[in-house]
Structures are given as structure tokens and as C-alpha cells.
Design a protein around this ligand. Structure first.
Ligand code: GRF
Length: 205
């Protein structure tokens, strides 16, 4: 019996390496999903070009001249028109307004390059270095109405080494981002989890 493929949309603003990792895992049959849209707020995002090369439907709405909520309303409509059931933020450099979060409750995932709740916001790797942390890492979580805040699906620690720079640490964290994001999307698309308060309980079967 063929498994239901969840319709996934990916939102990105930059180079799109996490998008590529998700797309590869889907193509390899590791995630029961189909990418129905790759969306960006930036027409020049490298990730959009990579999506076109891979033959995915793409869309871009530039935010200039639009308020935050009207913009997010348009984004929500584009995602709904594409039939998206699950949304993955993959380096999407905008804070989502409640309009968008409420259109897909507990259906939006984000990857963040720290062990949340430490180092939310921009340049998390640099924040970890400046703090003198010994360990950082990455987190995949559901998106709620607060920044880098919703229930955590998966995390992976990465030690901070003597002599690390923002670049070297970011590179080592990225390797694990590309592992845990597909794993988390797989859990969500298979529906093998439930959310209890802040906890995501993953079925071990
Ligand atoms: C990643 O470090 C991700 O954790 C953060 O933005 C970066 C996006 O990189 N949210 P890429 O565009 O997926 O290569």
C-alpha cells in the first residue's frame, strides 16, 4: 500500500543547504513527503535557484512596501494554494507574524543553529562563542508565536573547540543540521509523535 505523502513547503532566504538536505532525503524515499512549493522573500536567494534546477514549483513575494501582517497573509495564501500541509523554515530570515503561525498551527518547523533555549535570534553561533560556551549545536522545533521558542523535536550537540571561529563552528553545526532536519521532518510526516505542552513525544516503534 502506498504511504500518504505529506505536502511540504519550504521557506528560505539564502543559500538553501538545509532545503537541499531535505530535498535529498525526500528523493531518497526517507521521508513520506512531496515538496509542493519552495518560497522566498528574496528573489536573489541561491536556494530558489537550486529549487528551480531541481524542478520544484517556486514563488517569491518581495516584502518591500508591505506591512508585516498583510505580507504574511499573502504568504499564507500562497502556501494554502499550493496545498501545503507542513512548512519547513530553512534559513528564512523573517519573523513570522501570528497571521502565518495561526494559519498552520503546529505545522511549521524551524531549524536553529544553537541548543535552544540558548542563543535565540541572529548569529547564534557567534553568540555561543562570545558567551564562552563549551557546547552548542542545533535544534529543530515547531514554530509558535515567540521567536525560536516552540516545542523541540530534535537537537544535536556540537562541542566548541579552542580556536573556533564563527565560520568553523557554523560549518560543524551545519553538518548536524543536515542530519536532524530530515529526521525531524520524517517524524512529523509519519505522524509518529504527539505534543504535550512543550514536549514532543516521539513514538519509538
Ligand atoms: C542555518 O544555519 C539555519 O540553522 C539557520 O539559517 C541557516 C540557513 O542555512 N536558520 P541554509 O540556507 O540552509 O544553508
Amino acid at each position: 500500500m502506498s504511504q500518504h505523502l505529506k505536502k511540504v513547503a519550504i521557506l528560505l532566504s539564502g543559500r538553501g543547504s538545509n532545503f537541499v538536505a531535505l530535498s535529498d532525503a525526500i528523493q531518497e524515499g526517507k521521508i513520506p513527503a512531496r515538496i509542493v512549493l519552495v518560497f522566498s522573500n528574496r528573489p536573489d536567494a541561491q536556494g530558489l535557484e537550486k529549487a528551480r534546477q531541481r524542478g520544484y514549483p517556486t514563488a517569491c513575494i518581495p516584502p518591500e512596501g508591505r506591512g508585516r501582517e498583510p505580507y504574511d497573509q499573502l504568504v499564507a495564501e500562497a502556501l494554502q494554494e499550493a496545498g501545503a500541509e507542513v512548512i519547513c523554515l530553512a534559513g528564512y530570515m523573517r519573523i513570522l507574524s501570528p497571521v502565518l503561525v495561526r494559519a498552520f498551527p503546529e505545522r511549521i518547523l524551524n531549524i536553529h543553529p544553537s541548543l535552544l533555549p540558548a542563543f535565540t535570534g541572529l548569529r547564534a553561533q557567534r553568540q555561543a562563542l562570545e558567551w564562552g560556551a563549551r557546547v552548542s549545536g542545533c535544534t529543530v522545533h515547531f514554530v509558535d508565536e515567540e521567536l525560536d521558542h516552540g516545542p523541540i523535536i530534535l537537537q544535536h550537540p556540537v562541542p566548541i573547540l579552542e580556536g573556533d571561529t564563527e565560520e568553523s563552528l557554523s560549518e560543524r553545526i551545519l553538518v548536524h543540521e543536515h542530519e536532524i532536519y530530515p529526521q525531524a521532518l520524517r517524524i512529523v510526516c509519519q505522524g509518529k509523535y504527539r505534543i504535550q505542552g512543550r514536549r514532543v513525544i516521539v513514538d519509538q516503534a
